[in-house]
Design a protein around this ligand. Structure first.
Ligand code: GYE
Length: 349
């Protein structure tokens, strides 16, 4: 525990004694930026979460808050960046002033982190990246990263689309795809977009448009409504997360069209990413979403393990990837291959 915290805790204790109330109550609303409990001898962590834009993000925040809890020996300072990099940079500077032991950063975008991460290094505070990545030329500006291989997720989804449509006898040039992308410049967007774009080029698919829906349901709805006005032959919608897929489905149904995998009969096939939101999983069971590429948000314990390794001088990997599969109620595709590796398709979820 840092000196500053000791003084703050002492002050809080004195005040609470005078007020006749108990110890500091940890704030439990992850929507707000709050300081959590401060335990003696605990490891102080400043966590800059990028926002609260999706169900994936809420699950990720919950996982982080419960793993970095007071009971587990942490004093957590949590800041929600509201999807703005400037807020995250301010949060990191505050953490540096507060002399935290570790900074955990879930960066909104990949670029623009050089200066502030150099400031953290100058202050001797290790930075752990979670979920998305930063593209600093100096990789020593952070200790390690844990998250998903987003391009691989896109490649697996493209492999599923290929296997499924070939099985149905649909010609490559008859696929008219739109991509509703995630927040521009985020690792999840860059990787998933690349996975589809490369497959479209290699397979001769007609990739009609790539437009950002910022990972939110509302933007997904708006973007899909606009795309339906622009093109009348869309038969595959690749949504870079489930929340946008839910919005897109709403827009398609409101336009009097049907979602489903039977594109030869005029249905519009939806595929998406995450597999966290219950409505999206239910849609996938019903066939409204034809395939979901899993994206695992439960990074809290993984980050805690990395902090403990650094703390104990134990070895740890710089880049830590999590294993993920596909979910689809379509029984025809049981597995997909990317390169030499085969990935399972879970038909019963
Ligand atoms: O897929 C999306 C969220 O970076 C993996 O961000 C994350 C993505 C996730 O908003 O739902």
């Amino acid at each position: 525990m840092k000196k500053k915290y000791m003084l703050m805790a002492l002050l809080a204790l004195t005040l609470s004694l005078f007020a006749g109330c108990g110890a500091i109550t940890p704030e439990t609303n992850p929507e707000s930026s709050e300081e959590y409990g401060k335990a003696d001898d605990s490891i102080t962590v400043g966590f800059s979460q990028l926002g609260a834009e999706s169900d994936w993000r809420s699950a990720n925040t919950d996982s982080m808050l419960s793993a970095l809890s007071e009971d587990n020996g942490y004093s957590l300072i949590y800041k929600n960046g509201q999807q703005k990099q400037a807020n995250q940079i301010t949060a990191i500077r505050t953490f540096i002033q507060q002399e935290v032991d570790y900074i955990v950063l879930a960066p909104a975008t990949e670029s623009g982190w050089e200066t502030v991460l150099a400031e953290a290094r100058e202050a001797g505070i290790p930075v752990i990246l979670v979920d998305r990545r930063v593209n600093t030329s100096d990789k020593n500006l952070y200790s390690c990263w844990v998250g998903s291989d987003f391009e691989l997720e896109g490649q697996k989804m493209a492999a599923w689309i290929k296997a499924f449509t070939e099985e149905k006898g649909i010609a490559a040039q008859d696929l008219h795809i739109v991509n509703i992308q995630g927040s521009e410049g985020s690792t999840a967007q860059i990787g998933r977009t690349r996975g589809l774009a490369n497959a479209a080029r290699d397979n001769g698919w007609d990739l009609r448009a790539e437009i950002s829906g910022d990972f939110t349901e509302n933007r997904g709805r708006e973007v899909m409504a606009a795309l339906l006005k622009r093109f009348d032959d869309i038969n595959v919608v690749y949504c870079e997360n489930d929340n946008m897929a839910i919005g897109a489905i709403d827009a398609i149904e409101s336009a009097g069209k049907k979602v489903g995998s039977n594109i030869q009969k005029g249905e519009i096939m939806i595929v998406s990413f995450d597999g966290v939101n219950e409505t999206a999983l239910e849609y996938a069971r019903e066939g409204k979403i034809s395939c979901i590429a899993e994206c695992n948000p439960l990074h809290g314990p993984r980050v805690s393990t990395l902090i403990r390794a650094i703390e104990n001088g134990a070895p740890y990997q710089k880049f830590n990837y999590v294993d993920e599969k596909l979910f689809s109620a379509e029984l025809s595709v049981k597995e997909v291959s990317v390169g030499d590796t085969t990935y399972p398709v879970d038909n019963d979820f």
